[in-house]
Design a protein around this ligand. Structure first.
Ligand SMILES: [Zn+2]
Ligand SMILES: [Zn+2]
Length: 359
């Protein structure tokens, strides 16, 4: 009994001492420096194995959620490629200590806002202190030049202010801005000997053209759907890929939301209630349903299917319930599937059939 009492007293004294210690400026400085070192150390310790990997930097859709919008970071060997860059995705990449100097190019599936809105931040992160040798290369569909020119015009003053403040060493004006490359049609749009990126058309009318991308690296492969309805062309281009990342819309959930909004619209004078129902009906015809996606994965003979860019996106505290509703019946059509959240990572080591999945 006495031992227990003494132990409690010692513990209480320790907690008080710790609480007092973290109020001391020198201790606070030390803790902060240590945290910075640990963060940098984590970055420098990144795996050196030769792999093709995909990290979901944005799993969400334009519907309000805590997830960033569409974004997948592809790593092929030491090089990085960003596929779509929706709102919040660059904040994710920054939080994860992404070595932005390794970003070789950006691939945009289509010019919807939830796929391009963070381009300015990605540009900033790959420009300041990154010793970039040229402007940021952005592959995209027709219209991509308008998009990059628009960002350059909007950020012209920002570029000048930063250069005036930090100088050419840190913020060189000769490589500021974008190098847009318009995808002409379906083809291998990038090939550095080890990595081939193929663009293929998908169904997202009235957005036309809209593309999906296939990444082939030393015998491993990842396909990213972009936004699409059921697409036979995607099935053709995904054949025997290791992993297919595919978007989806849950009509079960959107129709429920639509009905709730329509009911509310009759009760309240509110724009979301008034127009939300129409928007949900409009978007039904340009996304694939989870069951269609399972069928697509099966017909594509892929090893693994990862749902991403879900409309709506499962959100805590009811994420598990939402996921149960969204994926009802999927198991019967395709067994090896998962759905992505921000940070989900798939690693494919070369000379192997292994698929490492981390949620
Ligand atoms: Zn989208
Ligand atoms: Zn879209």
């Amino acid at each position: 009994m006495k031992l227990l009492r003494n132990t409690v007293i010692v513990l209480v004294l320790l907690v008080i001492a710790l609480w007092l210690a973290i109020k001391v400026p020198a201790v606070q400085n030390h803790v902060y420096e240590r945290a910075i070192k640990m963060r940098l150390f984590a970055t420098l310790q990144e795996e050196k194995e030769d792999t093709l990997s995909a990290t979901v930097c944005g799993s969400g859709s334009p519907l309000a959620s805590n997830s960033a919008q569409a974004c997948i970071l592809i790593k092929a060997g030491e090089d990085l490629y960003v596929v779509d860059v929706g709102d919040g995705s660059v904040a994710n990449l920054s939080r994860w200590n992404t070595p932005f100097e390794d970003v070789k190019a950006v691939f945009i599936t289509h010019n919807h806002s939830d796929h391009i809105s963070d381009l300015a931040d990605l540009h900033l992160m790959t420009w300041v202190t990154r010793e970039r040798e040229s402007k940021l290369t952005v592959y995209g569909p027709e219209g991509i030049e308008d998009v990059t020119k628009g960002f350059e015009m909007t950020y012209k003053h920002d570029y000048e202010f930063r250069n005036a403040h930090h100088g050419d060493l840190v913020t060189p004006l000769d490589v500021v801005g974008f190098n847009p490359i318009t995808i002409q049609d379906e083809s291998v749009i990038f090939d550095n000997g080890d990595l081939q990126v193929t663009a293929f058309r998908v169904e997202h009318e009235p957005v036309d053209p809209a593309y999906g991308f296939r990444f082939d690296y030393k015998g491993r492969s990842i396909v990213i759907s972009g936004d699409t309805n059921y697409s036979t062309n995607l099935i053709k281009n995904s054949q025997k890929a290791d992993v297919l990342f595919h978007e989806a819309i849950s009509l079960d959930l959107t129709r429920r939301m639509s009905k709730t909004l329509a009911d509310l619209g009759e009760e309240f004078d509110n724009n979301i209630a008034r127009y939300g129902s129409k928007i949900f009906t409009d978007i039904e015809n340009y996304h694939a349903t989870p069951l269609e996606v399972a069928e697509i994965a099966s017909l594509s003979n892929v090893d693994m299917l990862v749902y991403y860019h879900l409309t709506p996106t499962p959100q805590p505290p009811i994420d598990k319930i939402m996921a149960d509703i969204i994926f009802r019946g999927v198991d019967e059509n395709f067994s090896n599937w998962e759905y992505a959240i921000d940070g989900t990572k798939v690693i494919l080591p070369i000379n192997s059939k292994k698929i490492i999945f981390n949620k």
